[in-house]
Design a protein around this ligand. Structure first.
Ligand code: FES
Length: 85
């Protein structure tokens, strides 16, 4: 498991090994946009402020990976990610 801080919301959620960042975030922010949940549509893209992302999508460019992630599939290499949401 790892933690995701929603900096603008002021909340921290835990992401278990068998669940996605998207699921954990939606528990706090039910209006969070998503569609395919498989890492190919880009709808769930969010800006990353801190932490090292374990990118598991096939969509984002290296440039985009510098400061964002697809929260439906990607995970964390660090114990905490901080998202701009
Ligand atoms: Fe489609 Fe995440 S919901 S890439």
């Amino acid at each position: 498991a790892f933690e995701v801080e929603l900096r603008r919301t002021g909340r921290v959620v835990t992401v278990p090994a068998d669940s996605s960042v998207l699921s954990a975030v939606r528990a706090e922010l039910p209006g969070t946009l998503y569609s395919c949940e498989q890492g190919f549509c880009g709808t769930c893209q969010q800006r990353v402020l801190e932490g090292e992302v374990d990118h598991r999508d096939e969509l984002l460019t290296d440039d985009e990976r510098g400061d964002s992630m697809l929260i439906c599939v990607s995970r964390a290499h660090t114990e905490r990610l901080v998202l701009d949401m």
